[in-house]
Ligand binder design. Structure first.
Ligand code: DLZ
Length: 157
């Protein structure tokens, strides 16, 4: 089955984001990928009316720290939605599985604990090429997909 293009969506169905405040927490691991994800998300929020001053960015060392970074940002900033950006690539050990599991459950827990939706913009890939393909490459940019999810969840009724 072909992978969906992560940047494809119907622009006419997206609510205006001009009155919304977003947080973006970016993991520094595999920085070339996470920067592309950030840029895709940031540009998409702007395209739908968000103001640059209403998009707060924090960096954290790795994907595992996204959980605490998002929690602290939700508690201290007044946000309508937050996007957690990371990229985990499989290595030779089970570390990949533990980090993927921990981050996924951690972000799920944030969504249960807080009224602010946390969007899961974490690429979990077997190879760097797969991550390149999904961060502005042939399968689009997951940052774009997640910015749209953030706007939709911030305006959920
Ligand atoms: C340690 C580690 C490894 C091996 N791989 C990745 C990765 O592919 N992607 C990622 O975001 N972070 C990785 N980390 C770092 C962990 O997320 C975390 O920062 C450290 O274990 C410290 O808690």
């Amino acid at each position: 089955m072909a992978t969906t293009n992560l940047s494809a969506y119907d622009k006419t169905t997206i609510p205006n984001a001009s009155n919304l405040r977003f947080g973006i927490v970016v993991s520094e691991w595999n920085e070339s990928i996470t920067e592309n994800l950030f840029q895709g998300a940031f540009d998409t929020l702007l395209e739908h009316g968000a103001k640059p001053e209403n998009i707060i960015r924090w960096n954290v060392p790795g994907s595992f720290e996204l959980i605490f970074g998002c929690k602290k940002m939700i508690e201290t900033q007044s946000l309508d939605a937050i996007i957690a950006i990371g990229n985990i690539i499989q290595g030779e050990t089970k570390h990949f599985d533990f980090i993927c599991d921990g981050v996924t459950h951690g972000i799920k827990d944030l969504n249960l604990q807080f009224a602010t939706p946390t969007i899961y913009c974490v690429l979990t890939d077997f190879t760097m090429q797969q991550s390149i393909d999904r961060s502005g490459g042939k399968h689009g940019n997951k940052g774009v997909e997640c910015a749209i999810a953030a706007i939709k969840m911030a305006t959920l009724k």
